[in-house]
Design a binder for this molecule. Structure first.
Ligand code: AMP
Ligand code: MN
Ligand code: MN
Ligand code: MN
Length: 272
């Protein structure tokens, strides 16, 4: 069965509409598809309409930013109730924080001689939620850097981003309050130089009541899949799979084109 539980539309930093994504998922023979935009569920109604028409199972999802030990981590909520008040209050806080952060980023860029950055980032974004990816695109379009990696490195990541999101424990609680399951996204993509530290992060997420981790992502090596699966099993965590598809040109990631979970794993979808 082809499953993809991590995807972005233009309701956050993806390129495509929710319905275009669902069509693409169907073309790839994906049977279970989750839309997981950053800190918003606003794309899910459109995705649901498209999924019903195409007879593909849509899982209501969201990817929520969180702060853990001075680092930003991403927690994917799956099978959430989008009408849940506690979840929506939490997401609203993050949307407000994103507005303040976007102003701060633009002010900082202005001091470097880059004018009207917020205005241009908003022109690139199709919906009101602004991410650093929109600033990266704007910086590339204006010739300030050659690619997205350079844009993050020079202007947007590391010491240029000290946003304090809600704690991982709180974010996991919002997801649980809304009936969903919480999954640590892309465990090998954080700024952790040693595998021991990745395991420590996963152990801490388990202590914060997280339900699972992404064992298979679009960029996972065989080694990473085996390790993530081993740690998940040791800690009693379920395993998720997600491409983190954004629809960006010139990237190879495709929806639902993922390696299989190891047979010893506990698939997260057995919980919804
Ligand atoms: P934000 O949620 O506004 O902090 O933006 C985070 C998003 O930026 C991530 O979900 C990625 O899509 C993207 N991103 C973060 N770091 C990088 C990077 N080094 N290169 C490309 N994209 C990145
Ligand atoms: Mn993103
Ligand atoms: Mn992420
Ligand atoms: Mn993502």
């Amino acid at each position: 069965m082809r499953i993809d539980l991590h995807n972005h539309s233009y309701y956050s930093d993806g390129v495509l509409s929710p319905s275009a994504l669902v069509h693409l998922a169907k073309e790839q023979n994906c049977e279970v598809f989750a839309l997981t935009d950053h800190d918003t569920t606003d794309g899910l109604n459109e995705a649901k309409n498209a999924a019903d028409k195409l007879a593909i199972r849509l899982i209501d999802g969201v990817e929520i930013s969180a702060t853990f030990a001075d680092m930003s981590v991403h927690i994917v909520g799956l099978n959430i109730d989008i009408n849940n008040k506690i979840l929506q209050q939490g997401l609203q806080q993050h949307q407000d924080l994103r507005k303040r952060r976007a102003n701060k980023i633009a002010d900082k860029l202005a001091t470097l001689g880059i004018k009207n950055a917020l205005k241009q980032a908003k022109l690139i974004a199709k919906t009101p939620l602004i991410t650093r990816t929109h600033f990266a695109q704007m910086l590339i379009a204006e010739g300030h850097c050659k690619d997205i990696k350079a844009a993050f490195k020079t202007f947007l990541a590391g010491k240029n981003d000290n946003t304090v999101w809600s704690s991982a424990a709180d974010v996991i609680d919002w997801i649980h309050q809304s009936g969903g399951v919480a999954v640590l996204a892309h465990p090998f993509r954080y700024r952790l130089n040693k595998r021991k530290k990745v395991k420590q992060l996963i152990t801490a997420m388990k202590a914060a009541d997280c339900d699972g981790i992404e064992v298979v992502t679009a960029h996972s090596s065989f080694d990473e899949i085996a390790l993530a699966n081993q740690w998940a099993n040791e800690l009693g965590l379920s395993a998720s799979v997600g491409s983190d598809y954004h629809g960006w040109a010139n990237q190879k990631v495709q929806i639902a084109n993922l390696q299989k979970l190891p047979t010893s794993s506990l698939p997260i979808w057995s919980r919804f």
